[in-house]
Design a protein around this ligand. Structure first.
Ligand SMILES: [Zn+2]
Length: 329
């Protein structure tokens, strides 16, 4: 209890809380003190002091003082226990991680309401409902997330900071299938794949996170690395559970480190596109992996294919297995 209390007070400093409640304080001198009109009693001259370092307030007018909990008890007329519950709710809606989690849940709930989203998934060969749930695939119709999260108590400012809402105040993701990107099993970003005419790939600002599902994939002595979430989805569906995804051909330094965390074979199954960029990236990565003691093998799909299109156009698990076996070192 005592520890939780301290943590709560650290997460939500008294001064921040007061400012959220529209309290206006001026710096009183050089130190950590701020002064303004007392929110607890009517007055015309400021006598309410907040010490930002000690996280305490004191009013020379009404004689009240204490910490954040005390302030909530007095201002909201709540018991100690009620004040704690109130503050826990307040700090949850001030947490960007919680906002991303809620956005992901909301988008997953939308998937079944938009037949065009389901249709797109089917076109990409993703049919298994259990897999869709496991990958937490959602759909961002655009135009409804902001309202939903504001109603839950998140501030517009927080939604802008996470990038869920753009500077103009609109939902950032619009007509996109959405996949959560995780780091240490915490959602740190959302990847949106356009199902319309907009640019295909979109992330929110910030890091793209770990290799996908690395915690479950890393145990395998050999892993398959793909570029895209739809590549991963069809391969998992076909029974290849040792597939991870870097969300693009460029691995972050953290993702590269993960791939090299022990000796293993890494099958690189990038796009075989006309301009050769996928294969060039695979070759460069193979070179870097070899230098770290990893055995890279390049999977040579038929020209014009990525793992997703290979399966969508009739390729099966047995054929893909033969490509793995034939993959040159
Ligand atoms: Zn007062």
């Amino acid at each position: 209890m005592g520890e939780d209390l301290e943590q709560l007070k650290q997460q939500l400093p008294l001064l921040d809380y007061l400012r959220q409640q529209n309290w206006i304080g001026q710096r009183a001198g050089q130190g950590p003190e701020f002064v303004g009109l007392c929110p607890l009693h009517p007055e015309t001259r400021p006598s309410f002091y907040v010490n930002a370092r000690k996280n305490l307030f004191y009013c020379h007018g009404c004689g009240q003082g204490g910490d954040l909990i005390r302030f909530v008890e007095l201002s909201q007329h709540l018991s100690f226990r009620q004040s704690l519950a109130y503050l826990e709710r307040q700090s949850a809606v001030a947490d960007p991680d919680a906002a991303l989690r809620q956005a992901s849940v909301f988008y997953q709930q939308q998937l079944d309401r938009y037949p065009m989203a389901r249709r797109y998934l089917e076109q990409r060969g993703v049919r298994d409902p259990a897999l869709i749930q496991e990958l937490q695939i959602g759909y961002a119709p655009g135009g409804s997330l902001r309202r939903h999260l504001l109603a839950q108590g998140y501030s517009l400012d927080l939604l802008r900071r996470t990038g869920l809402v753009n500077p103009q105040g609109h939902d950032a993701l619009y007509q996109r299938l959405v996949f959560p990107c995780c780091q240490d099993s915490r959602i740190v970003n959302l990847y949106g794949r356009s199902i319309g005419t907009a640019f295909a790939h979109r992330f929110l600002p910030g890091a793209k996170g770990d290799l996908v599902a690395w915690e479950s994939v890393r145990q395998f002595p050999s892993v398959i690395l793909v570029e895209g979430m739809f590549d991963l989805a069809v391969l998992w569906q076909a029974g290849f559970r040792h597939v991870t995804c870097s969300l693009g051909t460029h691995l972050t330094s953290d993702q590269f480190r993960q791939l090299c965390d022990r000796p293993r074979t890494v099958y690189l199954s990038f796009d075989v596109d006309a301009n050769g960029s996928g294969q060039q990236a695979a070759q460069a990565l193979a070179h870097r992996l070899r230098a770290q003691g990893i055995t890279p093998r390049r999977v040579l799909l038929p020209p014009g294919h990525d793992p997703n299109s290979f399966f969508v156009q009739g390729g099966d698990a047995r054929q893909f297995q033969s490509l793995l076996e034939a993959a040159p070192l």
